[in-house]
Design a protein around this ligand. Structure first.
Ligand code: HEC
Length: 257
């Protein structure tokens, strides 16, 4: 019976991944807020934390900070997860500014974090660390216009008379991630995309682009008419919010021609 209980508990945490979040709720959330969009955090830092009055970097800042700075980004994901776990374990026992992964212009107004040495066991640290590792990406996906595969996009575009936008990306392409976090989650961008576009995200190292298009590098954007076969435009490069909205406007006009 005892064994069954354990199995159920493990199965439950695997299914719902709740454990890491629960630990964060009880041990970290009194100081660290959850998700705040990057642009708001930037405005807050520029106003010396008077806008949001945060007590500590937010969870999405921690998540992005460890993901981009700890361990070998080109190694396999399991290896990086272990390196991040070692970092989190060390940081909560012996916090020090010198080890920070969140840029100092974002954290300079916070007091030092108190040590929590001995307050978490190994399993808790592992679960917590995995939760932190995944959080930023999960939030970006949640706050962006949903992406579907090309076949589904073709069907939707035809049905709803929308333009297909394929985003060419690579994992750990810094400008792709910057665009995800700073542009794609912005309300006006999400609204513009939901209204007139169907989004496809393609890892250009793993998948070919449709219609014989060649990857232009990353980040890149490939626009196709609602018929699923007529290419409207292909373009490469990071764009700020306003520039990106202008690009979408241009594409809308071109799609009508
Ligand atoms: C009493 C408030 C408080 C609690 C509780 C707290 N922290 Fe912090 N934490 C801070 C502050 C303030 C900072 C920013 C200053 C610093 O880095 O010391 C910080 C920074 C960090 C950093 C470093 C960020 C960087 O730039 O490298 C990590 C990692 C971190 N916290 C993880 C955690 C985790 C995980 C928990 C829960 C187990 C936790 N903290 C609980 C206040 C807190």
């Amino acid at each position: 019976m005892k064994k069954m209980g354990w199995l159920i508990a493990i199965g439950y945490s695997l299914l719902f991944g709740m454990e890491g979040k629960e630990i964060f709720d009880t041990k970290c959330a009194s100081c660290h807020d959850y998700y705040i969009p990057f642009n708001e955090l930037k405005r807050n830092a520029q106003s010396n934390n008077t806008l949001l009055n945060l007590k500590a970097p937010t969870l999405n800042q921690l998540s992005y900070g460890v993901r981009m700075n700890i361990g070998d980004l080109k190694a396999d994901e399991e290896t990086q997860r272990m390196e991040v776990e070692a970092f989190v374990e060390d940081y909560i026992a012996a916090p020090h500014r010198k080890k920070n992964v969140v840029p100092s212009e974002m954290t300079k107004f916070f007091p030092a974090m108190p040590s929590m040495e001995g307050r978490l066991n190994e399993e808790e640290i592992e679960a917590l660390s995995n939760f932190i590792f995944d959080y930023d990406e999960a939030m970006v996906i949640e706050h962006s216009a949903p992406a579907v595969d090309f076949e589904k996009a073709k069907a939707l575009a035809k049905q709803e008379n929308k333009i297909i936008m394929i985003r060419g990306v690579l994992p750990y392409c810094k400008w792709c991630i910057k665009m995800d976090r700073e542009v794609m989650v912005e309300k006006e961008v999400v609204e513009a995309l939901l209204k007139d576009f169907v989004v496809v995200k393609t890892d250009v190292a793993l998948e070919k682009l449709p219609l014989g298009m060649q990857s232009l590098g990353t980040p890149s954007f490939y626009f196709i008419k609602s018929d699923g076969t007529t290419i409207i435009a292909q373009t490469r490069g990071y764009r700020e919010k306003q520039e990106f909205l202008e690009l979408l406007d241009t594409i809308r006009r071109q799609a009508k021609q």
